[in-house]
Design a protein around this ligand. Sequence first.
Ligand code: SF4
Ligand code: SF4
Length: 282
Amino acid sequence: MKISIASGKGGTGKTTIAVNMALSLDDAMLIDCDVEEPNCHLFFKEPMEKVRDVGIPVPEFDLDKCDRCGKCADFCQYNAIAVIKDKLLFFEELCHGCGGCKIICPLDVITEVEHFLGVIEKGGTDDMVLYHGLLNIGEPFGVPIIRTVKDLADDSKTVIFDSPPGTACPAVEAMNDSDYVILVTEPTPFGLHDLRLAVDVVIKIGTPFGVVVNRGGIGDDRVDRYCREEEIPLLATIPNDLDIARLYSKGIPIIKGMPEYKDVFAGIYDKIDEIIDGRGAY
Ligand code: SF4
Ligand code: SF4
């Protein structure tokens, strides 16, 4: 089963839930899709090791043969090419590597070269593999790295994806193809506001989803009421506990410092399994 852990905003404890869930299950792997700022690895002692580079093919123009017809610029939906009078300008940082300009060029003067976006790294423990993608600083476009790191998912395992925060393309890409999405939120008005945005996106994607409330007790019960009214499964509430915060600040997974929480995180998986099987509440 593939489970994405997502949230409408950063700082809700999404990574904490992802790491502890993965460590609570017998045969899981963890894939950190937050390629701008992967941080699951901070909970593991072993350093991450590079697996491979990730790049996209970008066009290279033979300007001696190009007649500046502008067809490539007209085609490019990302405005990565501009033809102004006798000048052809290419904005590499806007290129998504779709290859369309090369196909459309009537004079066949475009070749493709690799533009490196970042790397895939591997770590984790002997029992649980962690992969993450790491976008090079200054690169605006992490989706190809998210796709590449997701491809490493082992279908024979329960795969936990830690999605980027928010509701933009990288988060959608990370959630896409999952069997279930867990939305992590805090019980505050801000948490509820961002949860509603995330719910709208997941409904559009069409994946079943539920909510985990982190730092339960710090706010009010509006998130609980919202979930009840909208018939969204509330999978678990992790309390606002000083001992949990202390473990977090030291980079220690909750279930390592407080083993009694292993059942709580494994229980989230059990509830999802029941829901997908049609035995659960929704
Ligand atoms: S389509 Fe080809 S020939 Fe036309 S401007 Fe682009 S690169 Fe030059
Ligand atoms: S490869 Fe695609 S995105 Fe990049 S410049 Fe060509 S048409 Fe635009």
